[in-house]
Design a protein around this ligand. Structure first.
Ligand SMILES: [Mn+2]
Length: 471
């Protein structure tokens, strides 16, 4: 059954979100207030009559569920009144864009008490401003200049209330995210199965996008990362245009479909010819073990810092076994931060309407390089959605200081290390919901190396001309 069946016929719970944000806000500030947020609007490119792609403002969407450009939302807690303001009807534009949603249609579609239009905005805000001490907004910008003197931007208490609420997902948001994850599973499987026609990183990218669009997911929250061989050691590689040749068979694809502004974020790796090389499989199995060990620790109350550091310990133990790290104590290697050269990013991040979602409280100044890029620095709570995405990379750039400094280079056997550079890197990434006693994994596409090998080898038996998009 589709995840969307659980929310069939229901509206995005904007009103409940507004109430929750006020509840949180009023723990810190006790005065009469209102909340006002402007959504994004369409903008033209310079010297051109085409519009830039629209990415709806996430705070606006959280309080409205509305994706219409040029809208605003106002919540007055005292009367528990949520009002959506839609753009005024532009008669001249109807010929090009068709009729916009009527007031009645909008009332039926969105979880709001009233629908007004942009031309009503100033009078409504003036009216409310007489009754409350402050109208909070996230930011004063070109879409709400008319009312700038009546609203206050940038109050950290308001942002914290929004972020804390967004961090804990409700059933409706969970259904949207599960659906995004389901589409993404199908896309990753399609990429593994399309190997006869994938000779360039762009083909991997194209295959993912084609299958996302076929499933009505028109955009991704982040640019797909599609790489082969040493390119896999660049964490956010988005050039996606190198050839895939027999010396560069290790593939890494990090891509996720979006559904109604909610994200999925999944990474899979596979050998383009179906058969893992010895070194590629060794590294893959280490990353898989890092993921399995860390997943076994996930439950409400657990420290994500601790779980992340445990992934480093697994890496160190396994690198000692491979001989990349010379046999010193695990503790010594851990304290010297050498593993951060091979696993430089965090184990995972919160996921929601942003790929790196709000509420994680990262500390990019952390003196411990193992923790510096960890985007979630809090204990786990039921209702959080996060990624578990360990990785191991062989980047000459990331390793140059460790290899140059005799205090650290003495721990590394470069003869052994040199055998792994061609793999580039491996990352395995799943999307997890924290539940009462553990977690639910939204990501169902297999990460078992034997199964992946079987899928790819099976696909290679097919004739390339069977494919829809042979070029
Ligand atoms: Mn991620």
């Amino acid at each position: 059954m589709s995840a969307l069946a659980a929310i069939h016929g229901k509206k995005y719970p904007a009103k409940d979100h507004a109430r929750r944000v006020f509840h949180h806000y009023s723990k810190n500030l006790n005065h009469e207030c209102a909340f006002f947020i402007s959504g994004e609007n369409l903008e033209l490119y310079d010297y051109c009559d085409q519009t830039k792609p629209l990415r709806q403002n996430r705070y606006f969407y959280y309080l409205s569920g509305c994706d219409i450009p040029g809208s605003h939302v106002l919540y007055v807690p005292k009367t528990d009144q949520l009002t959506l303001f839609l753009p005024d009807l532009d008669e001249e534009d109807v010929m090009w864009s068709g009729l916009p949603l009527s007031r009645e249609d909008a009332l039926a579609k969105f979880d709001v008490d009233d629908v007004q239009f942009a031309s009503d905005l100033k009078a409504s805000i003036e009216e409310v401003s007489k009754k409350v001490e402050v109208i909070e907004t996230t930011d004063i910008n070109k879409w709400n200049e008319d009312v700038r003197l009546l609203i206050r931007e940038n109050n950290p208490v308001f942002f914290e209330a929004l972020d804390e609420c967004r961090m804990i997902k409700d059933d409706y948001e969970i259904a949207l995210m599960k659906h995004a994850a389901h589409i993404t599973d199908n896309c990753h499987l399609a990429v593994m199965r399309a190997v006869p026609i994938e000779h360039n990183e762009t083909h991997i990218h194209a295959e993912f996008m084609y299958h996302a669009l076929r499933q009505h997911s028109k955009q991704q929250l982040y640019d797909p990362i599609c790489c082969a061989g040493p390119n896999c050691s660049t964490l956010h590689y988005v050039k996606n245009d190198d050839e895939i040749d027999p010396t560069r068979r290790s593939i890494l694809i990090d891509a996720g479909a979006e559904w109604s502004c909610y994200a999925s974020d999944v990474t899979r790796c596979f050998p383009i010819n179906g058969d893992w090389t010895k070194e590629h499989l060794e590294i893959y199995n280490i990353v898989l073990k890092m993921q399995q060990v860390t997943m076994s620790m996930i439950r409400p109350g657990a420290s994500w810092d601790e779980i992340h550091l445990e992934a480093h310990r697994v890496l160190i133990r396994e690198f000692i076994k491979l001989g990349i790290f010379k046999e010193f104590s695990e503790k010594e290697l851990f304290e010297l931060n050498i593993s951060a050269g091979f696993f430089p990013h965090g184990l995972g991040h919160l996921l929601g309407m942003d790929t790196h979602d709000v509420g994680g409280r990262p500390n990019y100044e952390d003196p411990d390089p193992k923790l510096r890029y960890l985007r979630l620095r809090r204990d786990l709570q039921e209702g959080m959605v996060l990624t578990d995405e360990p990785g191991v990379y062989f980047s000459p750039f990331l390793l140059k200081d460790i290899l140059k400094n005799p205090a650290t280079s003495k721990y590394i056997d470069t003869d052994v290390l040199d055998r792994y550079y061609y793999v580039g890197g491996v990352r395995i990434e799943d999307d997890l919901l924290i539940t009462t006693d553990g977690f639910e994994n939204f990501t169902k596409i297999t990460s078992d190396p034997k199964e992946i090998s079987r899928i790819v080898n099976e696909a290679l038996k097919k004739d390339a001309s069977d494919f829809h998009n042979v070029v």
